[in-house]
Ligand binder design. Structure first.
Ligand code: KG4
Ligand code: ZN
Length: 338
């Protein structure tokens, strides 16, 4: 008999619910919050309120789309952290009440582990290959940039990470400097497709080991544009495609150099990428190209599993369910990565 789990994700500004049947995703719905656009970033207070408004309709629709009655659910899973506390509280509190009402177990999921475990989520119809352990996962999102050695589903070791900004922040902050809308990553990706990545050169950080740094890039873009705007106040408008392409190229180069080094140092050639920035077309292409060059098996998630979604919470929960790894009603969310 199949195990049905409801996954809930509410760590930032997307309210998402998914239903999984064993490892197959039956539905994965996301309510995006447009309220933040005019502020150029996520406003935590508004995010919590929108989650409060969205959570019941999203879960209702996820059940309907999966053609599952709530009485068929075997467990409820939720993101415990990291994320915005007010946002997390909405998902955690809802999960507690729903699980108590249905008298079924609850499963807590770490958001970053879930981004990685999204690689094991299958879609109805065709099964896709999944990474073999141990594999390396480049986890790149709005809040995190890590190279993770994944020894098993819940045995993960961070072998490199950013010492300042995340890769997603590098995209978002550059976009902000260029007066582009939030979130900047997808906008830069789109503009870059029409631009020349060699048009402008930005310096590469010199950070030891497998660690990253992106704050220097942001500063050099800022100073470069400040100087150019002094001579031509339409500089950004005239060169936005080339600027987007050049910044994107630099971010991808920075990410790939350390990923290649990590593979060389560990001898691991099973290489995955996860998190919101893994939606970036240049990064996806670079992983494929380097994969061919270095003999890697590469795992690039479907777009719907890149940015925040509840399918990744549900698949992580499926492996916890098999271990009977349940949580309790006293559980509280955590804001920072564990
Ligand atoms: O994983 P995610 O949805 O949320 C966090 O857990 O942070 O990642 C969001 C980040 C944002 O910084 C966004 O700009 C970036 O992912 N992003 C992209 C693209 N799509 C989303 N960055 C570059 N290119 C994209 N196509
Ligand atoms: Zn995320």
């Amino acid at each position: 008999m199949s195990t049905y789990i409801l996954g809930i994700e509410s760590s930032c500004d997307d309210t998402s619910a998914a239903i999984i049947s064993d490892d197959v995703i039956l539905s994965n719905l996301i309510a995006n919050q447009d309220v933040h656009k005019k502020y150029g970033g996520v406003v935590p207070e508004l995010a919590s309120r929108s989650h409060q408004q969205n959570i019941i309709p999203v879960i209702h629709s996820a059940l309907q789309k999966a053609k599952i009655d709530k009485k068929q659910l075997n467990a409820i899973a939720f993101t415990r952290g990291p994320g915005l506390i007010g946002s997390l509280l909405v998902g955690v509190s809802f999960a507690k009440a729903f699980a108590m009402g249905l008298n079924i177990p609850m499963i807590e999921v770490d958001h970053l582990q879930a981004h990685i475990l999204a690689h094991f989520a299958q879609k109805e119809g065709a099964r896709k290959p999944t990474p073999s352990f141990p594999f390396l996962c480049l986890t790149v999102s709005g809040g995190h940039t890590q190279i993770v050695r994944v020894n098993d589903y819940f045995d993960m070791q961070i072998i490199g990470q950013t010492i300042d900004d995340a890769a997603g922040e590098a995209f978002d902050k550059t976009a902000k400097i260029m007066s582009l809308p939030y979130p900047g990553g997808p906008v830069i990706d789109k503009l870059a497709a029409q631009g020349d990545y060699k048009a402008f050169k930005f310096p590469m950080p010199k950070i030891p080991d497998l660690n990253y740094s992106f704050s220097g890039l942001k500063t050099s873009v800022l100073y470069f544009l400040r100087d150019q705007l002094k001579q031509d106040d339409a500089f950004i408008e005239k060169h936005k495609n080339d600027l987007a392409a050049s910044v994107q190229y630099t971010i991808v180069e920075i990410l790939m150099q350390k990923l290649i080094l990590a593979s060389q140092q560990t001898g691991i050639k099973e290489i995955a990428v996860a998190g919101g920035v893994s939606a970036n077309s240049a990064l996806r292409k670079a992983i494929r190209t380097q994969g061919e060059k270095h003999g890697w098996n590469t795992y690039i998630p479907d777009f719907e599993f890149t940015t925040d979604n509840a399918a990744m919470i549900a698949i992580a929960a499926y492996y916890k369910y098999q271990r009977q790894d349940f949580t309790h009603q006293q559980i509280t969310p955590y804001a920072k990565a564990k």
